[in-house]
Write a protein that binds this ligand. Structure first.
Ligand code: DQA
Length: 145
């Protein structure tokens, strides 16, 4: 079955405990399960990975990109400053969709800018876990076009 990488950056292992007004109440395992269910319906398996470490995320992307059709990523705070993660995504040449649970455009000033966005075909922000479903459908449309 074709694969979609579902990647989460720092602190997202703490979903369910983090501020629910921004991030909702689901745990990361809940989100990974929901996204995988929806993607199986579309004929894709999601391969999940979370790390609090920039280098670990990059190593994992480099290892798994070759066998995958696309990437959904919530880079956490790396969104705002990791050029290395941007480059790793770009180097895969895969379609990538960036997801944020909270609305990064209506929070602190420093959250408004994403250095990851130029490596992605879309950014979905502020829709809590619903955003992943939207990201999945946008990604599959891009893969299949
Ligand atoms: C986040 C937004 C980031 O600014 C923040 O650092 C996160 C989560 C989100 O999903 O809303 O850790 O990516």
């Amino acid at each position: 079955m074709k694969k979609i990488l579902l990647i989460h950056g720092p602190n997202l292992n703490m979903l369910g405990v983090r501020e629910s007004t921004h991030y909702g109440t689901l745990t990361l395992a809940d989100i990974e399960r929901e996204v995988n269910e929806k993607s199986l319906e579309q004929g894709y398996e999601t391969v999940p990975f979370q790390s609090n470490h920039e280098g670990a995320l990059i190593d994992w992307i480099q290892e798994h990109a070759n066998n995958s059709s696309g990437i959904i990523i919530n880079p956490g705070a790396f969104t705002h400053y990791s050029y290395a993660l941007h480059d790793a995504l770009l180097d895969t040449r895969l379609p990538c969709v960036e997801v944020h649970l909270s609305d990064i455009h209506n929070r602190e000033e420093w959250r408004r800018h994403s250095v990851i966005a130029p490596a992605c075909i879309a950014q979905i922000s502020g829709k809590k876990e619903q955003g992943y479903q939207e990201a999945l459908y946008a990604l599959i449309r891009a893969i299949e076009q």
